[in-house]
Design a protein. Structure first.
Length: 186
């Protein structure tokens, strides 16, 4: 179902003429102060309610790089991210809210310089929207729970989906699964 929605967004992005070369700024919504990010990440498995924070709260909880990528929609330089070459087993979560996004089993080497996945862990974990910010029609992928910018999805990935989720390392946190000996996988 998500793949079909991404297909529709691809079609809309290619058919619609951009009104301007800029994307609207991220939605900033005032919310009552929530518990610290670690508590939210722990509760992310069971909770799907949206996470809303002020700009000031995001700046306090994230590193400068994480903030620029996830809240200001910057892209980290190719081959510079922490998870580009990582082959560790586990679940990749949103660095902002802890939502489970991708399983390591769907990660592949696309040669692009960013961690790439062919499918999300759960379709409802992501949102896709047209993006014309660089003058080229693309499809932006964000966290459905907190609206963090993750990267983009392209239609040139491997089977079974044919999709390539090109994701910034700064928007992810890998929860490693222990190896057979009980120690973190290498």
């Amino acid at each position: 179902m998500f793949a079909a929605a991404v297909g529709l967004v691809f079609a809309a992005a290619l058919l619609a003429a951009p009104k301007s070369g800029k994307r609207p700024p991220p939605r900033e919504k005032q919310a009552a102060a929530e518990s610290e990010a670690d508590n939210e990440r722990d509760a992310a498995d069971d909770e799907e309610k949206p996470v809303r924070k002020t700009d000031r709260e995001w700046k306090r909880l994230l590193t400068g790089k994480q903030y620029r990528v996830t809240r200001q929609r910057e892209t980290e330089p190719p081959f510079s991210g922490k998870y580009v070459h990582t082959k560790k087993e586990g679940v990749y979560r949103c660095v902002c809210c802890g939502s489970k996004l991708f399983a390591s089993q769907t990660k592949f080497d696309s040669g692009t310089g960013w961690p790439s996945f062919y499918a999300p862990l759960r379709e409802k974990a992501l949102r896709a929207a047209p993006d014309y910010s660089d003058g080229t029609p693309r499809v932006e992928v964000t966290c459905a729970r907190c609206e963090a910018h993750l990267g983009h999805v392209f239609g040139d990935g491997p089977q079974p989906t044919g999709l390539r989720y090109c994701v910034n390392s700064a928007s992810l946190k890998l929860d490693e699964q222990p190896g057979k000996d009980g120690k973190p996988a290498k």
